[in-house]
Design a binder for this molecule. Sequence first.
Ligand code: MTE
Length: 373
Amino acid sequence: MKYPFEAEEGHTARTIGRREFLLTAFATSVLHPKYLKVPTVSMRADTALIREPDAVNSNDLFKPLVTPNVDFFIRNHFTAPAIRKDKWSLEISGMVAKPLKISYSDLLLSSSVRRPITLECAGNFSGGPDVSTAMWTGVPLEELLKQAGVQAGAALVVFYGADSGKGEGVPLGTHFARAIPIEKAMDPSTLLAYEMNDSPLPREHGFPLRALVSGWYGMDSVKWLTRVEVSREPFKGLFQQERYVAVESSGERQGITRMKVNSKFLRPTDGEEIHAKAYGIEGVAWAGEGKVARIELRFDSGRWQPVVVGESPPSMVWVPWSYPWSIPRPAQYLIEVRATDDRGDSQPLVRDPDRKDDYELNTPHRVMVKVRW
Ligand code: MTE
């Protein structure tokens, strides 16, 4: 049986109409069916979610939650460029046998995949809003690199964005650019996406084309893509060497890549007042390229209690979870959530004191709520 998380291959823009209809039809349903009576308004605007419908598998635990485009977090270093699709093309250059220049219409005619992918900014804080999930449609980068013919000895690909600045203290004219190893570039999960939740990419999210490096922190998913360069040399771009680097107190520096296991509450929110004896706690957990193996909750720093997770949670996309809380008495409660991935890595209870940077923050999300009857 095919899980809805697997990429749909050979998908073309022609089927959009039906998918748009389905998304709209399901736009008002959220999370577990038993909470369907709870309207979406129970969530903050930045976490409003849509349950992606699926005709193949009706097991509700396996349906991804997608974030509508208007609620998807935005992280731009410079002003978002306005690009006309008829004036745009993508170059594939460097260590390739046959450099390519691809137009927007060529892209739409290429065979594509459609899959949910969770993106988190490396600078997101625990429980923060800079993590979202969309259903992305695009061309696997691997296909284009095979057409171009990657030469022996190639070690990485560099993604160049059209945006440049002014801003954040960088030298004028610096383009946003990031490199990933050739192995990750050739992984079928690395996409060049032109649709987000079945609409053309919004300008803020990289129109007309962006990279999506599944399971890695968001900075590698370069937007407003103009060039993919295959190279042997380490990439010395400012956003590669000065930013998005883990710095230890010893001075050791290491590039940031794969997303760390993480989780957050969708409800309740911090400071929420609850006027009920039973409450459905809900949230999401994700583990980058890995899978979420365990989710636990605790109240007032007590014993960690397991939350049921589906048998085969997918990689690259967050999993929704819920916990039916029978509230023992009216009081103030501190609630925490933590997840563990299939490698056995858990969210650390405290930040590694050796880290001098502010990336990869994944200590448990904590919310304080007041229950009144
Ligand atoms: N691509 C370009 N060209 N310029 C940028 O500033 N920001 C990166 C990445 N790609 C960025 C970019 C960062 S830091 C993140 S977290 C993601 O885009 C955010 O993607 P989103 O704004 O679509 O959520």
